[in-house]
Design a binder for this molecule. Structure first.
Ligand code: C5P
Length: 294
């Protein structure tokens, strides 16, 4: 995330993520699934403005598809910080949504992570990254990732993170169909158990990513949730068939869908592919690059 301070106000950019690898190792006793994933932040951002006010919490969002503001992940993050800190200072948060909702890009999770970090700074709480991560995991499986540097192997529910670096920032095209996929429904429709021999390991793609061998990353993209997402949503199935013909280094679904992404050789390649896709009206098209910070 990127945070700017303007006087008392904080303006923060909350990035989207894609999963370059997403494998499910089995179902756990707590109902969640044991995952192994390679997550990368990308340069498509929601914008949050966090401003002190006299009293109370006011949250405004420009996009009603993000659900009622009183119940979204930003509100839940504010409530969590209040209960853990005992602080009742007033705060106003405006949320400009650029990241499509229910798209497998974890926009809501990113907004929640930014909210935790911004309030930690605004209220001088002095909480460590570890404490924020533990709080983040209670809000959602993807939230802790966004407190990190922008690339990581995620295990467990998604909250056990091993940071990764790369010398080459990948360029991608995202295609977001008009309709989304419910993550819970996608996991429910997943057929388990998966044969041990069929489980893809994350290490080879993580090694290629760390070497900056993007062509090899493109050959190794995996997403175990594609089959259930294609079953649930006909738009996703249609895009999946189309994507098989895209001229790119590799293409896959992100998260539980509905976004499909293409890994490209660089900005010109990504722009050319996006120009090819836009007139087809398959969904919103974005050119993005990987987005790492420290
Ligand atoms: O953790 P989060 O609230 O984002 O997860 C949304 C839903 O996705 C969960 O309620 C669960 O059904 C499913 N899920 C899962 N295993 C995971 C992560 C999410 O089954 N590791």
């Amino acid at each position: 995330m990127i945070v700017h301070r303007h006087g008392h106000q904080l303006v923060a950019l909350a990035p989207a993520k894609v999963n370059l690898h997403l494998e499910v190792r089995g179902k756990r006793a707590d109902g969640y699934h044991e995952l192994e994933s390679l997550m990368l932040s990308v340069s498509l951002f929601d914008v949050l403005t966090v401003t002190p006010r006299a009293a109370g919490t006011v949250i405004a969002c420009d996009d009603s598809s993000a659900g009622p503001v009183g119940d979204n992940l930003v509100s839940r993050a504010v409530a969590l910080v209040r209960s853990e800190s005992g602080r009742d200072d007033g705060v106003a948060i405006t949320l400009l949504k650029k990241i499509p909702v229910a798209a497998g890009l974890a926009g809501g999770s990113s907004d929640a992570a930014v909210t935790l970090s911004a309030l930690n700074e605004l209220w001088n709480l002095g909480w460590t990254r570890e404490r924020l991560s533990a709080m983040a995991a209670t809000l959602g499986s993807d939230v802790p990732f966004f407190l990190g540097t922008g690339a990581a192997i995620a295990r467990g529910r998604g909250e056990k993170l091993t940071p990764l670096d790369t010398p080459v920032m990948p360029w991608l095209v995202l295609l977001c169909p008009a309709t989304g996929v419910s993550t819970a429904e996608c996991f429910r429709q997943l057929e388990l158990p998966i044969d041990d021999a069929a489980i893809a390991r994350v290490e080879p793609i993580a090694d290629a990513f760390a070497r900056g061998d993007i062509a090899e990353v493109g050959r190794r993209l995996v997403n175990r949730l594609e089959t259930p997402a294609r079953k649930i949503n006909a738009d996703v199935d249609h895009v999946a068939r189309h994507a098989a013909r895209w001229p790119c280094l590799g293409q896959r679904m992100s998260g539980s869908g509905s976004t499909w992404f293409a890994l490209c050789e660089g900005p010109e390649h990504a722009a050319a592919l996006a120009d090819q896709l836009r007139p087809l009206n398959l969904g919103k098209v974005f050119v993005v690059h990987g987005c790492l910070n420290d």
